[in-house]
Design a protein. Structure first.
Length: 448
C-alpha cells in the first residue's frame, strides 16, 4: 500500500514538473505564424508599412518587415531598411548628455545661461530641466507656420532666434511641457562641449562601441542606402514631404532600424553605456516624464518608452524590466492604429491569443456625395482647435489644427473611419454636426 502511495506521489510530482516546464516553454515562445498572418492582413489592406522586432532576455523572438521603402519604385523594405525615428532620437540625446555628465564635461545643475543667456529664464533653467521637459521653453514645432518651413535648411542662429522669440510657457521646474526646443538646445550644448558634430559624438559614444551600423543622424533620405521614404494613405500611398535635419537634430533627426534600436535599449539598461547610478536617474519620473523617456504600463507591468513622429514616420520602443522584454516598431506608412499593433505583438509575447483585424467593407461614395460634409468644425470641449474636412476625389480628408492630414474610409451612409488613429466619424449634414468617436470618448463638433 505504502509503495503504491509513493508511486502515486512520484507520478503526480512528475506531472506537475512536466506542466511547469511546459508552461515555461510556452511563455518563451511566440506564435510567429499568427503574427505573420496579422501583418499580412495589415499589408493587404494598406494598414501598415514598416518593421517590428521583439526581444526577450536578449534573444530575438520575432521580427517582421512589410511594405515598400520606395513605393513609387516598388522597392520592397526588408530587415536592413532604415527609418527616421523622430523623437525617439531624444533617448539617444539624453544618454549622450548623461555621458557628458559622467565625463565631467557638464553638470545636471548647470544653468542654461552659461550657454544661451538670451533665452527667457535661462538663469533659472538647469540642464536637467531640458532633459525632463520642465524648462518652460517654447517648442519651435508650435510655430504656426512650422509645417511650411520645416523642409528648408535653418542655421543655428535662425533656430535660436525662433526659440528666443517664443514666450516662456511657465516658470522653470513648475510643471512639464513637451518641447522639442529642449533637445535642440542639448544638441548645440553637446556639440560645443565636445567640439564635434552631433553625429560624431553619437558615433564615438554609442553607435561604434555597440556596433550599431544602421543608426545615425540623417541627412537627405537616400533609398539606395536602404533608407526609407515616408508616406500617408490618401486613396493610395502618397510620399510625405521631407523635413530638413538641420531643424530637429538631436530632438528628432536620427535614422535606425528595430534591431539596432533594441540593441541600444538593451545596452542602456544593462549598464553598458552609462553606469548603474546614472541609469537610475534616467528612470526618475516626474509626471511620468524621465530623462529622455516616459513611464507607461503594459499588461499591468511598469514599462519605459519614447514614441517618435516625423513627417510620415513613426517609431517607438517599449522596455518592460520585469520580464526583460524589448519591443521596437518603425513605420513609414500607417493607416491603422499603432497602439493596436503594439498590443497584438506584446500579447503574443505573453501567450495571449492574436486577433486578425477585420477591415470593414467600404461604402461607395461619389465626389459629389462628399460635398455635404465639407467645412471647418469646432467644439466647445477643445479651445482653439478646429478640424477641416476636405476631399480628394472620392476620399474625404480630415486635418486638425497643427495636425497632419488624415484620409478617411466611408463605411456607411454619413459614416467614416480613420484607421491610423482609431477614429469613427458620423456626420449629420442637416444639423451641421460631426460626431467624433475616439478611445471610447465622443465629441460633438459643429460646422462654422
Amino acid at each position: 500500500m505504502k509503495k503504491r502511495i509513493m508511486i502515486l506521489i512520484i507520478t503526480v510530482f512528475a506531472i506537475l514538473v512536466g506542466l511547469f516546464i511546459y508552461r515555461n516553454t510556452l511563455s518563451s515562445e511566440i506564435n510567429k505564424l499568427q503574427l505573420d498572418n496579422y501583418f499580412t492582413a495589415l499589408e493587404k489592406n494598406n494598414g501598415f508599412m514598416g518593421s517590428v522586432a521583439v526581444f526577450k532576455k536578449g534573444e530575438l523572438l520575432y521580427s517582421k518587415t512589410v511594405g515598400f521603402s520606395d513605393f513609387e519604385k516598388k522597392m520592397k523594405a526588408d530587415k536592413h531598411t532604415k527609418y527616421r525615428i523622430g523623437s525617439t532620437t531624444k533617448t539617444f540625446t539624453a544618454v549622450l548628455t548623461l555621458k557628458a555628465v559622467e565625463e565631467g564635461k557638464l553638470s545636471l545643475d548647470d544653468k542654461l545661461n552659461i550657454y544661451f543667456p538670451n533665452i527667457v529664464n535661462a538663469k533659472d533653467i538647469k540642464i536637467i530641466h531640458l532633459l525632463n521637459h520642465r524648462s518652460g521653453i517654447y517648442s519651435i514645432t508650435s510655430e504656426p507656420d512650422f509645417l511650411n518651413w520645416r523642409t528648408k535648411p535653418k542655421t543655428r542662429e535662425e533656430i535660436l532666434a525662433i526659440i528666443k522669440s517664443g514666450k516662456s510657457q511657465f516658470l522653470p521646474n513648475s510643471k512639464a511641457y513637451y518641447s522639442n526646443s529642449n533637445y535642440i538646445l542639448l544638441t548645440y550644448i553637446l556639440e560645443d562641449i565636445y567640439k564635434k558634430s552631433y553625429n560624431d559624438i553619437l558615433k564615438d559614444k554609442i553607435t561604434k562601441p555597440l556596433q550599431l551600423r544602421n543608426t545615425y543622424l540623417d541627412d537627405k533620405i537616400n533609398t539606395q542606402d536602404k533608407e526609407s521614404k515616408s508616406y500617408r494613405f490618401i486613396a493610395d500611398w502618397e510620399a510625405e514631404l521631407e523635413s530638413d535635419i538641420s531643424i530637429p537634430l538631436g530632438a528628432g533627426g536620427m535614422v535606425s532600424n528595430p534591431i539596432d534600436l533594441a540593441k541600444f535599449i538593451k545596452a542602456l539598461f544593462k549598464g553598458e553605456i552609462l553606469n548603474p547610478k546614472t541609469v537610475k536617474k534616467i528612470t526618475t519620473f516626474q509626471e511620468t516624464v524621465g530623462l529622455g523617456l516616459f513611464e507607461t504600463v503594459i499588461n499591468g507591468k511598469v514599462a519605459y518608452e519614447h514614441p517618435g513622429t516625423i513627417d510620415g514616420f513613426r517609431a517607438n520602443y517599449i522596455y518592460i524590466p520585469e520580464n526583460d522584454i524589448i519591443y521596437t516598431l518603425m513605420t513609414n506608412g500607417l493607416n491603422f492604429k499603432e497602439k493596436d499593433i503594439q498590443k497584438t505583438v506584446l500579447d503574443a509575447v505573453y501567450g495571449k491569443p492574436i486577433e486578425i483585424p477585420e477591415f470593414e467593407p467600404t461604402y461607395e461614395v461619389t465626389s459629389k456625395n462628399l460635398d455635404t460634409y465639407l467645412g471647418v468644425y469646432t467644439t466647445s470641449e477643445i479651445q482653439h482647435f478646429k478640424i477641416t474636412i476636405n476631399k480628394k476625389g472620392t476620399i474625404l480628408t480630415a486635418q486638425g489644427t497643427m495636425q497632419e492630414l488624415f484620409s478617411t474610409m466611408a463605411i456607411d451612409k454619413h459614416k467614416f473611419r480613420i484607421g491610423a488613429i482609431g477614429v469613427k466619424i458620423e456626420f449629420k449634414p442637416n444639423e451641421n454636426i460631426m460626431i467624433w468617436e475616439q478611445n471610447g470618448k465622443t465629441i460633438i463638433f459643429r460646422r462654422e
